[in-house]
Each structure stands twice: as structure tokens, then as C-alpha cells.
Design a binder for this molecule. Structure first.
Ligand code: FES
Length: 163
């Protein structure tokens, strides 16, 4: 894993509104790269031939997602936050959880979604380079809280997990 350690520069021109992250092979070798992109802490990772980009800090309590495992739940690829094991889909930033309907006999756990909680960005491959276009969709997504704190220079440590 590297943190802004890429010394490479892009061979290709950046697609509109995108930011160079690193060479593809650098990310593939590292598996995960974190980078400050326009003031935002972004995690870019490579998994099964696909690049993904999302806010680096977990929306729940600021856990460092670059240390999370990647697993499939209910057919959806997720990063599992190393702090409290929340499962966040890589494609949409949704938090998945399992619930049981006690009225069901026998009760069977079902996967449900709390909705989009983590801001997911677009990783763009251009020849040997990887760029990120930040997701600037309006409206608050919970992981924005950590970015706001970062820009404001406040502490990013939160001690009280949200439900
Ligand atoms: S900080 Fe990620 S699950 Fe709590």
C-alpha cells in the first residue's frame, strides 16, 4: 500500500475533471493507494482486474478502509471496514447488513441495505494511467463528514460510533 508515494507522472492527458492517481501497474502492485485528491482523501484499489475509488475514511467512524478486506456479500463486492466490520459496496458505497424477521419460521437472515453512506468516485483507466473523477453529486453522503473535518483542519478521530 502506498500513500501519495507515486513519483510517476501520467503519460496520457487527464480526462476532463479528473486527477492523476498513479500508473496502473503501480496500483496493481500495491493493491491499494491513498491520495489527497483536490483536498479529499481517496482510496484507489485494484481487485479482480477492476479499479475502484472511494472516500478513504469509513462513514461510520472514520476507519481506514485501505486496511479492509474485500469480500462478496449477497453477490455484491464490499470492502469490510477494519474497525467495526461494516460492509460497504465498492460500486455504490451502500452499507449492507443482515437482518432476521422474527415472524419468519424458521427465521432466515436477509441482506439489506442502509443506502449510500460512502462517497464512491470514478476510477478511469487511460492507457497505462489511472485517474479519478471525484463524485460531486449534490447532497450529503455520510462519509463527507470526514472530508469536511479534514479541510477544516479538525481532528479526524471520532470516538462514538454512529448506529
Ligand atoms: S469506522 Fe468503519 S465500521 Fe466503524
Amino acid at each position: 500500500m502506498s500513500d501519495e508515494s507515486s513519483s510517476s507522472s501520467p503519460a496520457s492527458p487527464a480526462p476532463p475533471s479528473s486527477h492523476f492517481i498513479a500508473k496502473k501497474d503501480e496500483i496493481i502492485r500495491a493493491g491499494r493507494v491513498t491520495k489527497l485528491v483536490n483536498g479529499r482523501e481517496v482510496l484507489v484499489l485494484h481487485h479482480d482486474g477492476v479499479f475502484h475509488a472511494l472516500d478513504m475514511r469509513c462513514y461510520h467512524s472514520g476507519g481506514l478502509l485501505q486496511y479492509g478486506d474485500i469480500e462478496e456479500f449477497n453477490g455484491r463486492l464490499c470492502i469490510v471496514c477494519p474497525w467495526h466490520k461494516y460492509k460497504i459496496t465498492l460500486a455504490e458505497g451502500e452499507n449492507l447488513y443482515q437482518a432476521v424477521d422474527p415472524k419468519e419460521k424458521p427465521p432466515k437472515p436477509k441482506w439489506l441495505s442502509k443506502g449510500v453512506k460512502q462517497r464512491v468516485h470514478r476510477a478511469i483507466e487511460v492507457e497505462e494511467d489511472v485517474f479519478v473523477r471525484l463524485n460531486d453529486a449534490p447532497g450529503r453522503i455520510e462519509s463527507d463528514a470526514y472530508q469536511t473535518q479534514h479541510r477544516a483542519g479538525k481532528s479526524q478521530e471520532k470516538t462514538t460510533p454512529k448506529k
